[in-house]
Design a protein around this ligand. Structure first.
Ligand code: PLP
Length: 361
């Protein structure tokens, strides 16, 4: 029996996530595996999030509150915005699709950079958008070129700040130059999944620019807050944009445990500062070791580092995997000479360096 999918689906390139620890253990028969491949938080979840989830567990016979009432209040209070300026997603990933569903017709144009977070292109293709790709310059978003690529058919420009996989950021000045004179109808999807880690003076807070342009700022509980498995992210914009996005959202897209966990995590300031500290220190250690080995890397403001290992990078990733160290092979991004490694706990960073030395030196 043959079926006929939408034309856009025939062009879809499925996203390949980092390998889960359990899968590697199963497939390679390994007992001790560490994952440094998906920019997760190595500390585990925030204890306050776990406590809140436990309390909520007895209620999962009921559907969740579709509007994420308590989480919405907490986010609105934290950022001093109106509750109707926020939308929640099953991870911030889901908000990419929601924005496309709300604003992009078949054939409309979206602009993405390359290489950047792959989901912008993956989701845009599935939604039937025409994707215009603008190359990065020296591992950084080229916002000038992205603005020049705008046409009357452009609906959304996707900007990851900081970027994944490069770990670089767009400065306040660069963002302001980009926004100045950009036609108002164009939506800037400003993905700040790694916002909490970026501590540079000139790193802009996307929320400061709401109102002047049509901007959707997205953030997540998956990284600094340690809740990747729960799947919660949020988008902040003006109430009109949020209203259209809400119209195409699944009614119960964020489950009740995720909502409770996220509220708990927001209260856990201690956990957040520990997570930032471990990344700051881990990065310093890995940078130092890489320098000693004569290995080049892209300085990062996030919790991961893009490391240049030449044409054998894919092989290095495979050999590390066999030793129980999961890092990201960058082939899917077209970065054949690189691997990407997420900062882990001190012991994990040491193990990664030890295994890398055995391969590279
Ligand atoms: C730049 C960027 N945006 C969004 C996401 C999606 O995160 P989540 O769906 O877990 O919120 C990721 C995850 O790796 C990312 O790197």
């Amino acid at each position: 029996m043959s079926v006929i999918p939408r034309k856009a689906v025939l062009k879809a390139k499925p996203y390949q996530p980092g390998k889960p620890i359990e899968e590697v253990k199963r497939e390679l028969g390994l007992k001790d595996v560490i994952k440094m491949a998906s920019n997760e938080n190595p500390l585990g979840p925030s204890p306050k999030a776990v406590e809140a989830i436990k309390k909520q567990a007895g209620n999962i016979n009921r559907y969740p509150e579709g509007g994420c009432f308590y989480l919405r209040q907490a986010i609105a209070r934290k950022f001093k915005i109106k509750p109707e300026q926020v939308i929640f997603g099953n991870g911030s990933d889901e908000l990419i699709g929601i924005a496309l569903r709300a604003f992009v017709e078949e054939g409309d144009e979206v602009i993405v950079a390359n290489p950047t977070f792959l989901m912008y292109e993956v989701a845009s293709i599935v939604h039937g958008a025409s994707v215009k790709v603008v190359p990065m310059r020296y591992f950084k978003y080229d916002l000038k070129a992205m603005k020049e690529a705008v046409t009357k058919n452009t609906k959304i420009v996707f900007v990851a700040n900081p970027d994944n996989p490069n770990g670089t950021y767009v400065s306040r000045h660069e963002l302001e130059d980009f926004l100045k004179g950009l036609p108002r109808e164009i939506i800037v999807f400003l993905d700040e999944a790694y916002f909490e880690f970026a501590e540079e003076q000139d790193y802009p807070n996307g929320l400061d620019y709401l109102g002047k342009n049509n901007i959707i700022v997205t953030r997540t509980f998956s990284k600094a807050y340690g809740l990747a498995g729960l799947r919660v992210g949020y988008g902040i914009s003006n109430p009109e944009i949020i209203k259209y996005m809400e119209a195409v959202r699944e009614p119960f897209n964020v489950n009740s445990l995720a909502q409770a966990g996220a509220v708990g995590a927001l209260r856990d300031k201690d956990f957040l500062s520990k997570a930032k500290k471990i990344v700051r220190e881990g990065k310093k250690f890995i940078y130092y070791e890489l320098k000693m080995m004569g290995v080049r890397y892209v300085p990062s403001v996030t919790n991961f580092i893009l490391i240049e290992l030449g044409s054998k990078s894919g092989e290095v990733a495979e050999r590390l995997l066999k030793k129980g160290v999961i890092v990201r092979n960058m082939k899917a991004w077209g970065l054949e000479n690189f691997i990407r490694v997420t900062i882990g706990k001190e012991s994990e960073n040491k193990r990664f360096i030890k295994e890398l030395k055995k391969i590279v030196l």
